[in-house]
Design a protein around this ligand. Structure first.
Ligand code: AMP
Ligand code: MG
Length: 394
C-alpha cells in the first residue's frame, strides 16, 4: 500500500497552476497573484501636507515668530500652484499639494491665529509634516510578488497605484459526486434504513473554503446511473470528487465505472487511517479524479490531506502553503496508535495543548464539528501526556 507522503507527492507533481485570467481587484480577495505587480505611479504622486495647518519656510517658523497668512489657501484637491512668498505662511489642509517654496508644515494646534497673522508656538523642522512624492512607492518598483495571496490591504495597495485588474489563476470547478442507496438530502424525513447525505454539503463547502467552486450531484448504487452522473461531471469539471462506493463492497461500482469511462487510476489505497480506500486518477479529457471513502470523517480527512492541496496548487499557492499548517502541541492525555497505519485523530487545540474531540469513529461528525486540528500518530506511536505531538490546523 502506498505511503501517505508518496501519495501526496504523486498527486501534487501531476498538477500545475491553472490558466491566467484578469479580475477586477474587488473580486480578487483570497486569490493568488499569477504574476509580479510593478508600481504604476509614484505614491504619493506629489509632495503634500500630512496635517491641517500652515505651509512655511522652517527657517522662518521658530517659536514666537509672527507670520502673515497669505490670502489664498490650498485644500486637498486641484493644485492651485501657489508660491510661498518670503515671510508668509499659506493655510493648508491634509492631503493638499505643498506650495512651491514651502519646506515644512506647522500644524494648526501649534500656532495662535490672530487675524491675518499666526504666532508660532512650536517651531518647525525642515520637512516636518510633509509626505514626499514617492515616499511610499516609486513607479517601476515591484510591489507584489507572484504567489502572494490577495488581502484587503494588498487590494488597497493596488487601488492606490491606480491598478484596476490583477492576474490570477482560473478558479477550479469541482463536481462532487456522492453515491449510495441509503442517502437522502437534508430537509426531508428519513425512511427506515436511510441516513442524510452529509458528504455532499461537506465537500462542496470544503472546496469553497479551499478557494475553488463546487457543485454536488448524487448517484444511487447503480452502474448505469453512476456512469451517467460521472460522465456529466467529467464534461464540466476540473476536479471530480467522488465520495463512497470506492471500497470493496459488492455494490461499490466506482472503480469499474471509472475504468469504463477511460479514467486512468494512478493509485487506489493509501496506508492511512482513516482513508484507506482512496483513489486518485485522471480522465483522458483532463479532469482530475478523486475517490474518497464514504464515511464523512474519512472523506473530510482525505480531502484535507490530498484534495485541498490540489485546489491550492491550481490556484497558484506556493508549495509550502498548500498543505495544512503544522502546529506544535503538548498532549493533554496519553495517545497511542496500536495499528499499522498512521492515524489522524480529530483534536481540540487550545493554548498549545491538544485533547481529543469526541468519538473517533469515521462516521462521527459531531466530534469532527468540534475539532480544530488533526493529531497525527505514526503506526505504533505512543505519546505520553505532556509530550509533543504533531498537529495540523483545520
Ligand atoms: P461506502 O464507502 O459507500 O461503503 O460508505 C461507507 C459509509 O459511509 C457507509 O456507512 C455509508 O452509509 C456512509 N456514507 C457514504 N456516503 C455518505 C454520504 N454522502 N453522507 C453520509 N454518509 C455517507
Ligand atoms: Mg456506499
Amino acid at each position: 500500500m502506498l505511503e501517505e507522503s508518496e501519495a501526496l507527492s504523486r498527486i501534487i507533481s501531476s498538477v500545475s497552476p491553472g490558466s491566467v485570467t484578469w479580475l477586477p481587484i474587488e473580486l480578487g480577495l483570497g486569490k493568488v497573484l499569477a504574476q509580479d505587480v510593478t508600481g504604476a505611479v509614484d505614491s504619493p504622486p506629489f509632495d503634500n501636507s500630512s496635517m491641517d495647518g500652515y505651509a512655511v519656510r522652517a527657517a522662518e517658523a521658530s517659536p514666537g515668530a509672527r507670520i502673515r497668512v497669505a490670502a489664498e489657501e490650498q485644500a486637498a484637491g486641484p493644485d492651485l500652484r501657489l508660491v510661498l512668498r518670503e515671510g508668509e505662511a499659506i493655510r493648508i489642509f491634509t492631503g493638499a499639494p505643498l506650495p512651491e517654496g514651502a519646506d515644512a508644515v506647522v500644524m494648526q494646534e501649534d500656532v495662535v491665529r490672530d487675524g491675518e497673522f499666526i504666532e508660532i508656538l512650536e517651531g518647525a523642522e525642515p520637512g516636518e509634516f510633509i509626505r514626499r512624492r514617492g515616499g511610499d512607492v516609486c513607479a517601476g518598483q515591484r510591489i507584489l510578488t507572484r504567489g502572494q495571496e490577495i488581502t484587503p490591504a494588498r487590494i488597497a495597495l493596488l487601488a492606490s497605484q491606480g491598478i484596476a485588474e490583477i492576474p490570477v489563476h482560473t478558479t477550479p470547478l469541482a463536481q462532487i459526486v456522492t453515491t449510495g442507496d441509503e442517502l437522502v438530502d437534508p430537509g426531508v424525513p428519513l425512511m427506515p434504513g436511510e441516513i442524510y447525505n452529509s458528504n455532499g454539503p461537506l465537500l462542496q463547502t470544503a472546496v469553497v473554503a479551499a478557494g475553488g467552486t463546487g457543485a454536488a450531484s448524487h448517484a444511487m448504487d447503480d452502474r448505469e446511473e453512476l456512469t451517467d452522473v460521472l460522465r456529466s461531471a467529467f464534461a464540466v469539471a476540473d476536479l471530480v470528487i467522488i465520495a463512497g462506493g470506492v471500497s470493496v463492497g459488492d455494490r461499490d461500482y466506482v472503480k469499474e465505472v471509472l475504468n469504463d469511462l477511460g479514467v486512468v487510476t494512478d493509485f487506489w489505497k493509501i496506508r492511512l487511517k482513516p482513508g484507506k480506500p482512496f483513489l486518485f486518477g485522471r480522465h483522458p479529457d483532463g479532469p482530475i479524479v478523486f475517490g474518497l471513502p464514504g464515511n464523512p470523517v474519512s472523506a473530510f480527512v482525505t480531502f484535507s490531506l490530498f484534495v485541498r492541496p490540489v485546489i491550492r496548487r491550481l490556484l497558484g499557492f506556493p508549495g509550502e502553503e498548500t498543505g495544512l499548517e503544522k502546529i506544535t502541541a503538548a498532549a493533554a492525555e496519553d495517545f497511542s496508535n496500536t495499528g499499522d497505519r498512521p492515524h489522524y485523530l480529530r483534536g481540540k487545540w487550545e493554548d498549545g495543548v491538544v485533547r481529543l474531540s469526541g468519538t473517533q469513529q469515521s462516521h462521527a461528525v459531531f466530534g469532527l464539528s468540534r475539532a480544530n486540528c488533526l493529531v497525527r500518530l505514526e503506526a505504533g506511536e505512543t505519546v505520553e501526556s505532556g509530550q509533543e505531538v504533531d498537529c495540523f490546523r483545520l
